[in-house]
Design a protein around this ligand. Structure first.
Ligand SMILES: [Zn+2]
Length: 318
């Protein structure tokens, strides 16, 4: 769709701008009863990556949420150099979210390499996480560093997150939390920390909905075509109840690439899937996540779990 709102109009928030047509902010509202969305994956940004793409300030984010029936959203810092164009710190996210406690749920993040330098003891990491929790953090992530997913530094970090009872939202591909086809590294994490909630996100994670992958397949943005049987996601979800999936970004595409498989997967994993978009950029125009329930004609109870209540339970929200 054409981007019909100029950025200045949008930022001015004029009624004319909002009425201008199908855009990022002129909602993709469901015609039938809308679910109350809890978006597990959004970002706040600064102005550093240019005037077209940002900034996504708290006010911009709230207007975008209003336009899409998103009641609450988890706001994820991006602290590792591999994660974003510049660091979006836990402190910034927690401070901004604190102004809108009924709408914005802050996460916190620590780069695992800090555990090799300034935080060598697990207790130090747990103490730091508890300070973030005391300041409002409800989850850990977006965890996205250039290390194997089961790197010793990552394992120490997960141990601390498990002790602090913080769910970890991780990005997995060939440049962050790297793993092999079949995700044996992730399996090791899930087995070692059975109390730790791990929420999967990213190209490599969602490519693993299908079986028969080779290493480069873990870094394809939106794989197309039928889902080959034997995918790691189903196998790991069968074995590990602490594993969840974030439908943001490549998540919706993974379900829509093979509608028969996607429809059955959505129902089969209704207790393990979390609605999310990964909104972080004003030039993002299309969010297929908002079409999923309609496309798959999902029954209301399943819809409510995925749209809202699974995440509310994991983040211990009222
Ligand atoms: Zn993200």
């Amino acid at each position: 769709m054409p981007h019909t709102i100029s950025r200045r109009d949008f930022l001015a928030g004029t009624a004319a701008a909002l009425a201008a047509g199908p855009t990022l902010f002129a909602a993709e509202k469901q015609p039938e009863k809308s679910p109350r969305y809890l978006d597990i994956h959004v970002h706040l940004t600064h102005r550093w990556f240019g005037s077209e793409r940002g900034p996504v300030t708290a006010d911009v984010l709230l207007r975008w949420m209003d336009a899409h029936d998103v009641e609450r959203a988890a706001v994820l810092p991006l602290v590792s150099p591999e994660a974003f164009w510049y660091p979006v710190t836990s402190e910034f996210v927690i401070t901004e979210a604190a102004r809108h406690p009924d709408r914005l749920i802050p996460f916190c993040a620590i780069d695992p390499r800090t555990l090799g330098t300034h935080l060598p003891e697990t207790k130090q990491v747990v103490d730091m996480l508890n300070r973030y929790i005391d300041a409002g953090a409800r989850g850990f992530g977006e965890h996205k560093a250039l290390l194997d997913i089961d790197d010793p530094l990552n394992m120490k970090l997960y141990e601390a997150c498990s002790a602090a009872k913080l769910p970890v939202l991780f990005h997995l591909d060939n440049r962050a939390n790297m793993d092999k086809p079949g995700l044996p590294g992730l399996a090791k994490v899930l087995k070692t920390f059975p109390e730790l909630v791990m929420i999967g996100h990213g190209k490599g994670w969602w490519a693993s909905i299908a079986g028969g992958l080779a290493q480069p397949d873990l870094h394809v943005g939106y794989p197309a075509g039928p889902v080959a049987p034997g995918g790691a996601i189903d196998a790991l979800m069968d074995r590990y109840p602490n594993l969840y999936g974030d439908l943001s970004s490549s998540g919706a595409h993974a379900l829509l690439r093979d509608r028969e498989f996607g429809s059955a997967f959505l129902r089969r994993r209704a207790d393990r899937l979390l609605f999310g978009t990964d909104f972080y950029d004003l030039t993002q125009e299309s969010f297929p996540q908002f079409d999923l329930f309609r496309t798959f004609n999902v029954e209301p109870k399943t819809r409510e779990k995925i749209a809202h209540s699974n995440a509310a339970r994991l983040l211990r929200l009222g």
